[in-house]
Design a protein around this ligand. Sequence first.
Ligand SMILES: [Zn+2]
Length: 201
Amino acid sequence: MSLSPTDGLDLKVYLLDCPEGLILFDTGYMPEDIETIGKAISEMGRGWRDVKLILLTHGHGDHIGNLARIKELTGADVASGEGEMRDIEEETGVKVDRGLRHGDYIDLCGGIEAIHVPGHTVGNLSFYLFRQRAIIAGDTIFGDEDGNLHPPPDRYSLDAYTAKRELKRLLFYDFDILLLSHGRNLLRDAKRKVKMLCEAT
Ligand SMILES: [Zn+2]
């Protein structure tokens, strides 16, 4: 779902509806984002307490700003990239229950694999959803309104060179769908476009 714009950029978070409960990917950062997420949860016929896991792509404020409040509402476990779990804990005051490394598997919703793509931040993650053949990219890739893909902007990245070089880690996975935090999602043929992006950067 789309939340309030950050720095002129649209920000999206995702809810995955699984038999075991809901998984929330990132939290947004404005108080009104919490209302938007709450509404989406009720439209699914669920409540805050059905959120069992909060998966954080990385520790930038627009992605984790509402973590403390959403943790209170849900009681959900929290997982992030291992390389920045301590920073996230310090910034939000919320304990990160699991630090994820490249290739770590989450046995929910048909299987989710953590893809560590360092550069944008130290522990920056994307997530592969096996059943949906989709990647939730986080800030690993940005999109524009024309459906073009870009590496994360240099000014927002810790190490822009590494962020570009490591994009190719996504190509290890078979996916059709690419779900972005910023920009227009690709709902088909996404792997080919990511490959083109890797070749161009
Ligand atoms: Zn970011």
